[in-house]
Design a protein around this ligand. Structure first.
Ligand code: SAH
Length: 342
């Protein structure tokens, strides 16, 4: 298995170049190619001596991931790609085009242990955690594909980010790092969680100004327990309390994701309970029409039902957006591409 030079830290690169009898500034040059210029082709790194480029090409891989398939939606606003890891796993990444630029939706784990009943990633359980550098490589490959910088990073692909805590925090540091990383402000990064209470509190203590998105998906514990097994461990009260704590410590509002699934959590009564539950919370609510998964029976409610649900929340003076459905024609819902590839 070849080693990836993106995974080398400064010290390790310095040592490598020393062994190759190269000056220390090669570390900076190489890192600029890999990260600032999102270049993974050693032969194009023209300020490195040709012989060195040849040695690197023959012995190393630039990134720990290589793109294997790319799908583009008909309207060209969604790109989804699958990338193979060094140990032959598949990671999926989704790129969404908005008016402000591209947002990239990353995977933080291969597979997922959470078992949410509506989610394709839950099938097959957790394979392993992604490393911080595999997360970074997902951003860099996305930048290669669109030929420019990514404006927003969301940790909403496969996996539960807060159960891969150390690598996710390391990735956040790489996002922030002006010198060795992306130089991307953490205000442009969102972490989505199904609600791992102690980890939300731990993240609050890092004092990192990321946006936390809570996958709420139900207005009461009864429905939540039916669709999110993690709700057996943490009640809604505890989860909302942890979110309030995060807001206090970071001054960053938590946003709330609510996928609307037909006949499961989309009734008027659910909307009213949700309005009541969140009336004193400083949360923005993102309603997401369920993205059907081919081997599961769940469906999205009708357009009319979605609007009705949103209206009840708006009338209760909650801040609501209905997420437009992107990439339906290319299976951009969690876990789907990886399944197809395997
Ligand atoms: N584990 C984290 C992040 C990954 S999932 C979390 O639970 O938040 C990202 C979001 O997509 C979650 O809100 C998840 O519930 C949602 N999701 C999963 N499958 C979906 C589907 N088929 N349609 C719409 N949203 C889905």
């Amino acid at each position: 298995m070849r080693k990836s030079l993106l995974e080398y830290n400064r010290q390790e690169l310095n040592t490598l170049f020393q062994e190759l009898s190269q000056p220390q500034f090669r570390t900076r040059q190489l890192r600029e190619w890999l990260v600032d210029k999102y270049c993974s082709d050693f032969s194009k790194m023209i300020n490195l001596p040709r012989q060195l480029r040849e040695i690197l090409s023959s012995q190393y891989q630039a990134y720990p991931l290589e793109i294997s398939t790319i799908q583009r939606s008909k309207d060209k606003n969604t790109i989804k790609f699958a990338a193979g890891t060094l140990d032959n796993q598949i990671i999926e990444v989704v790129l969404l085009k908005y008016s402000y630029g591209y947002s990239v939706c990353l995977s933080t784990q291969i597979g997922c242990a959470m078992g949410c009943v509506f989610c394709a990633s839950a099938r097959g359980g957790l394979v392993r955690n992604c490393t911080a550098n595999e997360m970074l490589a997902q951003v860099l490959l996305a930048e290669q594909l669109v030929g420019g910088r990514i404006g927003r990073v969301v940790l909403m692909g496969m996996g539960e980010p807060l159960l891969n805590y150390d690598q996710v925090v390391e990735f956040l540091r790489l996002c922030q790092d002006q010198d060795f990383g992306l130089g991307l402000g953490l205000r442009h990064v969102t972490i989505s969680t199904c609600g791992i209470v102690p980890k939300i509190k731990q993240l609050a203590h890092e004092r990192m100004p990321v946006t936390l998105a809570l996958s709420l998906h139900a207005p009461n514990d009864h429905i939540r327990k039916k669709i999110l097994p993690v709700a057996q461990n943490y009640s809604l009260d505890e989860v909302l309390d942890a979110c309030r704590y995060f807001f206090q410590k970071t001054d960053r509002r938590v946003s709330c994701e609510y996928i609307l699934i037909k006949d499961v959590n989309d009734s008027r009564s659910c909307a009213k309970q949700l309005a009541e539950l969140l009336k004193n919370e400083q949360m923005h609510i993102n309603l997401i029409p369920y993205n059907p998964v081919d081997f599961l029976d769940w469906q999205a409610p009708s357009r009319k039902q979605i609007e009705l649900f949103a209206d009840i929340l708006r009338k209760a003076k909650l801040a609501v957006t209905v997420r437009r459905q992107l990439g339906n024609d290319i299976d951009a819902a969690c876990g789907q591409l990886r399944r197809r590839e395997q």
